[in-house]
Design a protein. Structure first.
Length: 342
């Protein structure tokens, strides 16, 4: 993007906030935050405001993804709970204001453990505390009653797992590489044979891992905010844990575009993460093999979606240009998990 187009983009962002009652200075600084491969995130700051704006991509968006209004509603509902979130400020669903819907939250000052470089800055004691609280916060999220906090209309009848399989198969139909279709057909058929029928009314994040949270500063870290709620829904707690574990594979570095904290061998491996969650939550992870296999499939489709936006000209840079290369790796992991003992 040229300097002139960048300045125009920043002007549009600031004017959109001002139109919604946030009196941000016209010369406020605007910084696009480099994290994330789906919604776009900007930090806007002046002498009196420091906020984060989330928007869908302007090109290459896929149906049922990028819902910033959904993120806004969920984080608003969670303010009354012990799950830490950024405070929501404004949501605008009218695309005429800025070209796309957008939502605004207060900026949360916290420590980021996204990259291997950032991980190298902390010692093992710090990391153990961070991971313990990371898993503990997820267990607390799963104890939230979604009906009690006003999200009862998110609850849908029938099998959550069956809906997830249909949804991500549908996403693949939009973004997928036809050369991998036979592999996908095999995965979907095998998963279809093992779909659990029971449904839990559990609020799930859908994309939970160490780089989607902020930690407090200091020697004894705690999660100060859970970020990126666009995939949140009502579903199965086991599915949330499985997604967290699916990202532990080293192929995630190709999606992120750099060596990540979450793939480091300093962090617990998949069995250890699952066991830690069971201890923190006091519950058993049911249908673990199915949910982990589905999670690997979902990450593969997510990687394909990132590649789809890259090929559509909607995104550039590290991670966008390498995500397509790891789609098959995640599909192979899905099949291998399905073939493993329960």
């Amino acid at each position: 993007m040229t300097d002139e187009r960048l300045r125009e983009r920043h002007r549009v962002l600031i004017n959109a906030l001002r139109s919604q009652g946030l009196a941000v200075d016209l010369d406020a600084t605007v910084e696009q935050i480099a994290a994330g491969r789906s919604n776009l995130t900007y930090r806007i700051e002046d002498a009196h405001h420091c906020v984060v704006v989330r928007t869908p991509p302007t090109v290459g968006a896929t149906p049922s993804a990028h819902d910033v209004a959904r993120e806004f509603r969920i984080t608003s509902a969670l303010l009354s709970t012990d799950v830490p979130v950024a405070r929501p400020r404004v949501v605008c669903e009218d695309p005429d204001v800025m070209g796309v819907p957008f939502a605004v939250w207060d900026f949360v000052d916290g420590r980021v453990l996204r990259t291997r470089v950032q991980l190298d800055e902390v010692d093992d004691a710090y990391l153990r505390s961070a991971v313990t609280d990371l898993i503990g916060v997820l267990a607390r999220l799963h104890r939230v009653d979604p009906i009690a906090i006003g999200l009862g209309d998110f609850v849908r009848p029938g099998s959550y797992s069956a809906r997830q399989l249909r949804r991500w198969t549908g996403q693949w139909a939009i973004v997928g590489d036809p050369r991998l279709q036979s592999l996908v057909d095999e995965i979907v058929t095998d998963l279809g044979r093992e779909v659990p029928l029971e449904t839990e009314a559990t609020l799930v994040h859908g994309d939970y891992r160490i780089d989607n949270v902020l930690f407090t500063h200091g020697a004894d870290p705690r999660v100060s905010a859970v970020l990126d709620w666009e995939l949140a829904t009502i579903g199965e707690a086991t599915a949330d844990v499985a997604m967290m574990c699916a990202y532990r594979d080293g192929a995630f570095d190709e999606i992120a575009g750099e060596p990540t904290a979450w793939t480091s061998d300093r962090l617990p491996d998949v069995p250890a993460v699952a066991a830690a969650y069971e201890r923190e939550s006091g519950t058993r992870l049911r249908h673990w093999r199915f949910h982990l296999a589905l999670a690997y499939f979902k990450v593969g489709v997510i990687a394909a979606g990132i590649d789809h936006r890259y090929r559509a000209g909607a995104a550039f840079g590290p991670g966008f240009d390498t995500s397509g290369a790891v789609v098959e790796r995640y599909f192979d992991l899905s099949l291998a998990t399905l073939g493993s003992p329960e």
